[in-house]
Ligand binder design. Structure first.
Ligand SMILES: *Cc1c(COP(=O)(O)O)cnc(C)c1O
Length: 359
């Protein structure tokens, strides 16, 4: 029945998310979720909200949550947009700031949702080849015709680019929007949020799914100049007046009000990450420097696909990308200390049973 489809449906190539298996006992290290639960105050806030007005629509402008986010960053609520996960915020941003006819630039190895949105909205794009060590060829993002989008830290490489470099990209794209997807910034040195006062063409997108342990709640947000936020709001109000539901608004706000829980869980992940990287190196894995809650690793004796398969057979799910430049790697989310011990033990066993590659 595909002849009944619109051109939009015909041209789209949907994003494929990591597997969400509900299998008992499975160690899930494949979609960069947080291994720790959210703050207990989030549960309280959601429970309180359930007793209240679920028969009423939520606030279309999400003022309270926007206010809580603005406060954390020392901004005004007018600088904040909230959506149903940052994926929705990113989709709205493509619609609001990128145009058919003007190619948008993003890296060749990056979040694989960007080409999906571009095709869906008919926006041409050019994929800029990352350097051989996967760092950003910064100058190649200057003077874009249609704008720039890139994650910092990048996914799935985990590499962080210094703020000065991000600033140069923003400066060298006056009159076009530069979107910095900071999904993993809480595991990295410095956010570019402080630059939005200076540059009206910079939009920062962040999510509550990773560092704030709320992937199941679906809340993401954008921070930028008032005019950019107004543009996003115009798209939202032409699409769905209430993309963030009452429970999500209440839970997300509570999360922003408990920074202690957030700092503790983030610190735990960082410490586990550094420990796991050291141990993987003693097992002769190459590990890319990570400023995120995941690592991209490879081993000379086992290709990425076999590693993924062997681990899956042993109840550990990691992510393998079948893209040329990183097909030999696996991406591993940092779990709890216990989960990572099991991961390291199973890897050791896999390596012991693998037949070495002969030159
Ligand atoms: C996880 C992720 C997102 C999506 O986050 P949600 O808020 O859960 O939709 C966006 N960008 C990058 C780079 C991510 O890794």
């Amino acid at each position: 029945m595909t002849e009944l489809w619109s051109q939009m449906v015909k041209r789209t190539v949907p994003y494929i998310p990591g597997e969400q298996l509900e299998q008992e006992g499975l160690i899930k290290l494949n979609t960069n979720e947080n291994p720790y639960p959210p703050s207990p105050t989030v549960f309280q806030a959601i429970q309180e909200e359930m007793k209240r007005n679920l028969e009423r629509y939520p606030s279309p402008s999400a003022d309270e949550l926007r206010g809580a986010i603005a406060e954390r960053f020392g901004l005004s609520a007018k600088n904040v947009f909230v959506g149903n996960g940052s994926d929705e915020v990113l989709a709205f941003s493509f619609m609001a700031f990128f145009e058919p006819g003007n190619p948008v630039l993003f890296p060749d190895i990056t979040y694989s949702f960007y080409p999906v949105y571009a095709k869906l909205f008919n926006i041409p794009y050019e994929q800029i080849r990352l350097n051989d060590d996967f760092t950003l060829p910064v100058e190649r993002f200057f003077q874009s015709e249609g704008g720039v989008i890139l994650p910092n830290p990048n996914a799935p490489t985990g590499l962080y680019e210094e703020l000065d470099q991000i600033k140069r990209i923003v400066q060298e794209n006056k009159g076009r929007v530069v979107i910095i997807d900071e999904a993993y910034i809480d595991f990295a040195p410095t956010s570019a949020v402080g630059l939005v006062h200076t540059y009206n063409n910079l939009l920062i997108v962040q999510t509550m799914s990773k560092s704030r342990s709320l992937a199941g709640l679906r809340v993401g947000y954008a921070i930028g100049d008032e005019t950019l936020i107004e543009g996003l709001t115009r798209i939202k109000d032409s699409f769905n007046s209430y993309p963030v539901d009452r429970l999500a608004l209440a839970g997300a706000k509570a999360s922003f009000e408990d920074n202690e829980h957030f700092s503790n869980t983030t610190a735990a992940i960082l410490s586990t990450r550094e420990r796991v990287i050291k141990q993987l190196r003693t097992l002769n894995f190459s590990v890319l420097p990570s400023a995120t809650n995941f690592i991209l690793v490879k081993h000379d004796h086992l290709n990425g696909c076999s590693l993924y398969e062997e681990l899956k057979a042993r109840g550990i799910l990691v992510r393998h990308f079948n893209t040329t430049r990183i097909s030999n790697y696996i991406r591993v989310t940092i779990g709890t200390e216990e989960q990572m011990d099991i991961f390291l033990n199973e890897l050791t066993a896999i390596l012991a049973s693998a037949s070495p590659v002969h030159p």
